[in-house]
Ligand binder design. Structure first.
Ligand code: AMP
Length: 308
């Protein structure tokens, strides 16, 4: 008999924030849309593997958002529903859509989140610690028993507020992802190459520095690999692009038997493509509307663009 999907083991576990975002651009404001690092990362990873989501929402979390994640075959056994309100975050972008200001953050149920992983998640070979408090990342890490590859992301808040715990996370991961401004803030280095060298010395085998529309850089003992961003015609909302990049990348890695530099490089291409769809619409709208074939079609175009 065919196993029901909800009995299946997952090959990638992702922990992070999930909540309701209110995003303002010069074109419009979208209120209480599905957001959070784990939502973007899982939706992006789901094109390549079946990710297991670890997160918490309040009783006010709309059922349609749960259904949307399920429609992308995201495993929700690790999604806790707690008494209280869902995490909320709001921001406003400059007209160039590069700089943004956080207007409000209400952690709500996220403030007391102490995840207990479902048994089926604990044997997953791959783990992505998406943006959330480093103490929560460490709690998840401590419950995994068969890990082959761990990646983590962070944000400026944790660099300022919980640096020792963040350094503890970085020491235990294979891949650390960070954006350019955060890499400078974390290491105190003005330039990205010394910043990446500094981060590699803290423990990870790979460091990826994300540079928004300028792509990303992979650093390892083998050297540096540059990966451009796919040039989209119209950016509507860049929120979650970094999470989608990382989610797709981890999704590709989770499917593979062994993880090599060449595979990480290939996975970065899929990360860039998936992120490019994310920014073309608000929230997860585009990620929920496309299929794997759309990603492959854009990947073929992209390969032609970067051939030199
Ligand atoms: P990004 O655009 O990649 O920085 O990701 C934006 C997402 O991060 C939004 O969907 C927010 O809900 C989420 N987010 C914002 N602040 C926090 C926070 N303090 N902890 C965890 N996630 C957050």
């Amino acid at each position: 008999m065919k196993a029901k999907p909800d009995n299946a083991a997952v090959k990638l576990v992702v922990v992070g924030s999930i909540g309701l975002d209110t995003v303002t651009t010069s074109a419009t404001t979208r209120r209480n849309v599905l957001g959070g690092s784990v939502s973007y990362a899982c939706a992006a990873a789901s094109f390549f593997t079946r990710p297991g989501l670890v997160g918490v929402v309040g009783r006010d979390f709309p059922t349609r958002y749960r259904a949307a994640l399920r429609s992308r075959r995201v495993d929700l056994r690790g999604l806790e529903s707690a008494a209280g309100r869902t995490f909320r975050w709001s921001c406003a972008y400059e007209p160039n859509l590069k700089e943004r200001e956080t207007l409000s953050t209400a952690l709500n149920v996220l403030a007391d989140f102490a995840p207990e992983l479902p048994t089926a998640y604990r044997h997953s070979p791959c783990l992505f610690l998406a943006n959330i408090a480093p103490e929560v990342q460490l709690k998840v890490l401590s419950q995994m028993c068969a890990l082959r590859f761990v990646a983590a992301d962070t944000m400026d808040l944790w660099i300022r507020a919980t640096r020792p715990a963040l350094l503890k996370v970085i020491r235990q991961v294979d891949l650390f992802l960070i954006n350019d401004a955060e890499a400078r803030a974390l290491t105190g280095e003005e330039h990205l190459v010394p910043a990446a060298r500094h981060l590699l010395k803290l423990g990870p085998r790979y460091v990826i520095i994300k540079k928004g529309e300028h792509g990303s850089m992979l650093f390892s003992r083998q050297g540096v690999v540059l990966s451009p961003a796919y040039p989209v015609d119209l950016v509507r909302d860049p929120t979650g692009a970094g999470d989608a990049f990382a989610g797709a990348l981890l999704g590709v890695l989770a499917r593979a038997g062994s993880i090599t530099s060449a595979l990480v490089r290939r996975a970065m291409l899929y990360g860039a493509i998936t992120a490019s769809f994310t920014v073309e619409a608000f929230s997860l709208e585009k990620l929920l509307a496309i299929r794997r074939a759309d990603i492959e079609a854009r990947a073929r175009q992209f390969r032609r663009m970067i051939r030199c």
